[in-house]
Design a protein around this ligand. Structure first.
Ligand SMILES: [Zn+2]
Length: 161
């Protein structure tokens, strides 16, 4: 018995006669983006092969065994060659097996880079906030010193040598 989850492939082939191969996977980094409901962003030169070729399906209906899912996916894919399905995985398509496989590998690599960049950005944001709080705290302390020059300052005796 053919896998009923392949039913939506027929919708894609019907809608896009330029496609001869569809690859669907739950690759880990692409799946992590799908879990976060974050579309793939092409912002690194190594991932430019996917520029203007990725779509994002934010509302995923469930297991793709019916005609409804085929219609939804083919409509969301539009004229692109890759689509990230929220809470599911990745679908890439090409005019050949080679093209679809390369796009699939590149999508997973781009998703990994994006997750790394997102993690680093949060870390940088934390540092910026920390620096902002520090500078506000210092400004407040300096302002307090100007208003009240008699603030006691703790002093530590330096050991004599
Ligand atoms: Zn799947």
């Amino acid at each position: 018995m053919p896998n009923p989850a392949n039913r939506f492939h027929s919708w894609l082939y019907r809608a896009r006669p330029d496609l001869n191969c569809i690859v669907h996977s739950h690759a880990p980094h692409a799946s992590a983006l799908a879990m976060l409901e974050v579309p793939l962003t092409i912002s690194h030169m190594d991932t430019c092969v996917l520029y203007d070729q990725t779509a994002f399906l934010e509302k995923w209906p469930g297991i793709p065994v019916g005609n409804e899912e085929g219609e939804i996916i083919s409509t969301a894919l539009g004229d692109k060659k890759a689509i990230l399905l929220s809470h599911h995985g990745l679908l890439v398509a090409g005019s050949s097996v080679e093209e679809a496989c390369v796009l699939g590998v590149m999508f997973e690599r781009a998703a990994r880079l994006q997750l790394l960049a997102m993690a680093a950005a949060k870390s940088n944001r934390f540092r910026r906030n920390w620096a902002a709080k520090l500078s506000v705290g210092l400004a407040h302390r300096n302002a307090s010193k100007r208003r009240s020059p008699t603030i006691p300052v703790a002093r530590r005796e330096l050991p004599t040598v």
